[in-house]
Design a protein around this ligand. Structure first.
Ligand code: GTP
Ligand code: MG
Length: 216
């Protein structure tokens, strides 16, 4: 086996951007300005440290604004970007994860929400290493909540599990996690500092708060 430069299992990334950002207001938070850069660009630039293929999952009408938000992107010439458009919008993150992972050609992929500008490539690398030989690795915080939109999955089984969940009565993402061989990593057991990796920007107030931290 030829190790990657970081001696980590290689994985792709899926960025979930297909939500309607209702708590954020009328604007699409994926392309909202955060400290001089569209939010999704923060995520793409970070993920480019660890992956060579990024799949952006969104609705059809978002593709053009998101493409504009990501061009030109310096220093990422080796990163391939693709779009995976939801065939049916508004199925929630489970629908987005299914659409995105179906477009992935690597065995494993990190899934990260577009509103997590502090996402952590080192943390995702740790999750990829923990997921090796399993169908995924997801962090459970001390308060008991899973972090499925900053996680690593084996693309094919997780996409299939999301498809089955969408067909069932209980459409919660936790049902998909239960259906696959997903390693649950307790927050306290992580080797990598979490920092603000799991922080999502849901409101304009949260955006301003994140901006203050990024610019001070
Ligand atoms: N493809 C797809 N992605 C979604 C959908 N709903 C949420 N997401 C994504 O999942 C991630 C987490 O979702 P939320 O934080 O609830 O984002 P949101 O649904 O856009 O925002 P709210 O309307 O305020 O809940 C974000 O990256 C969203 O873009 C959906 O219906 N389809
Ligand atoms: Mg939502």
């Amino acid at each position: 086996m030829t190790p990657t430069p970081r001696d980590q299992p290689s994985f792709s990334a899926v960025i979930l951007a297909g939500g309607y950002a209702t708590r954020f207001g009328d604007d699409d938070k994926a392309v909202a300005d955060l400290a001089g850069k569209p939010m999704i660009r923060h995520v793409v630039e970070r993920l480019s440290e660890s992956v060579d293929t990024i799949v952006v999952n969104c609705r059809a009408e978002q593709q053009s604004p998101i493409e504009s938000a990501l061009e030109p992107l310096s220093g990422d010439s080796t990163v391939t970007r693709e779009f995976a458009i939801d065939p049916i919008p508004d199925l929630g993150p489970v629908g987005g994860i299914k659409t995105g992972l179906e477009a992935v050609s690597n065995e494993y992929a990190a899934v990260v929400a577009c509103d997590m500008p502090f996402c952590s490539p080192p943390l995702l690398e740790e999750l990829a290493a923990r997921a090796a030989g399993h169908d995924g690795a997801v962090v459970r915080l001390e308060d008991g909540w899973y972090q499925p939109t900053h996680a690593v999955y084996r693309a094919q089984p997780m996409a299939a599990a999301c498809g089955a969940v969408l067909e069932s009565d209980d459409k919660r993402i936790v049902r998909a996690l239960e259906a696959i061989d997903c390693v649950v990593v307790e927050e306290n057991d992580l080797e990598t500092p979490v920092g603000s990796a799991f922080e999502s920007i849901d409101t304009k107030e949260a955006l301003l708060e994140a901006e203050r931290r990024l610019t001070r």
